[in-house]
Design a protein around this ligand. Structure first.
Ligand SMILES: NC(=O)c1ccc[n+]([C@@H]2O[C@H](COP(=O)([O-])OP(=O)(O)OC[C@H]3O[C@@H](n4cnc5c(N)ncnc54)[C@H](O)[C@@H]3O)[C@@H](O)[C@H]2O)c1
Length: 284
């Protein structure tokens, strides 16, 4: 497989990231098959992509034709066996057994050179690959939210990933207009490891009642950050953000600097997951 020969892409998971990745790939000219275990979510995701593209038309960022072409390239797929593609990217819940099962199933319906990618933020690429027959063509391709907007991607090389796969992904990233950085497989890769403290320390400041979270957000924005930590956690999904912290805490042998926050855990227990549930640290 070469980057040039990639034409069809499967996006598995139609949540926050799957939706963004599907929009990005379709806008870059690829035929996209979007699959989610909850098939109604796939249709909702396509409706939401259409809305996003309409906003881009209103802002004169793209033409009506480009919007229509992109939407027409995305197909909602209800049967997993239809996902016969050149490249598949998984963006489902952060659970290793779920991800491993998806890749094992993808191997059964696709040839040996189909590129398999995970968008995981915190699960070991090496470990996901351990169940694969041909792990050389598997890697991490970690997008940031919102995927169509954020320029950076991390290409994550697991122990068994072939160098040729990394070279292909460098070329592919440039074709979808992303700046790629190569990271060795390590908990949190690069960005999430650095950014973890932006969240955990802000949560601790709020828990210690040093000040409230709107003040922390306002302060960080005044200091030059585009979003405050609480606004960003609401955008990412409080559950997703928490699970990344929790995974890193365990991966680094309970190092206290990665300890997850009780305040964040309580939001999840209450079902306040951020923008996607209409309420998180803020109301939407
Ligand atoms: N949210 C972020 O900002 C962000 C950023 C980068 C990477 N990630 C990673 O992307 C992945 C997805 O995160 P998200 O925020 O989009 O989550 P999300 O909760 O918004 O969406 C997950 C989707 O996966 C679907 N799903 C669950 N099991 C499935 C299965 N077996 N087959 C098909 N679909 C299934 C769910 O129905 C849901 O629609 C995670 O691995 C996460 O770590 C998230």
């Amino acid at each position: 497989m070469t980057a040039e020969s990639i034409k069809t892409i499967a996006v598995i998971g139609a949540g926050t990231m799957g939706q963004g990745i599907a929009q990005l790939m379709a806008s870059a000219g690829y035929t996209v098959m979007l699959y989610d275990v909850q098939s109604d979510l796939t249709r909702a995701a396509i409706a939401s992509i259409r809305k996003n593209l309409e906003v881009s038309v209103e802002k004169n960022k793209i033409t009506v034709e480009k919007k229509d072409e992109a939407i027409n390239r995305i197909e909602a797929v209800g049967d997993f066996r239809m996902l016969q593609v050149d490249l598949a990217i998984e963006a489902v819940i952060e659970k290793i057994d779920v991800k491993q099962k998806i890749f094992s199933e993808l191997e059964k319906i696709n040839g040996q050179d189909c590129i398999l990618l995970s968008n995981t933020s915190s699960i070991s690429i090496t470990q996901i690959a351990s169940v694969l027959k041909y792990p050389g063509r598997f890697a991490g391709l970690h997008f940031f939210n919102p995927a169509p907007v954020m320029k950076l991607v991390e290409i994550v090389k697991g122990v068994a990933t072939d160098e040729a796969t990394i070279e292909l992904l460098k070329e592919f990233s440039s074709r979808i207009s992303k700046s790629a950085v190569i990271a060795k497989d390590s908990p949190g890769f690069i960005v999430n490891r650095v950014a973890r403290h932006f969240y955990t320390e802000s949560l601790r400041i709020a828990e210690d009642n040093v000040t409230d979270f709107p003040t922390i957000d306002a302060l960080m924005k005044t200091s030059g950050f585009k979003m405050g930590p609480f606004e960003l956690m609401d955008l990412i999904g409080i559950d997703i953000n928490y699970s990344v912290t929790d995974a890193m805490f365990h991966a680094f042998h309970q190092e206290s600097k990665f300890r997850p926050s009780r305040l964040q855990q309580q939001k999840i227990e209450a079902g306040y997951l951020g923008r996607k549930s209409g309420k998180g640290f803020y109301e939407y």
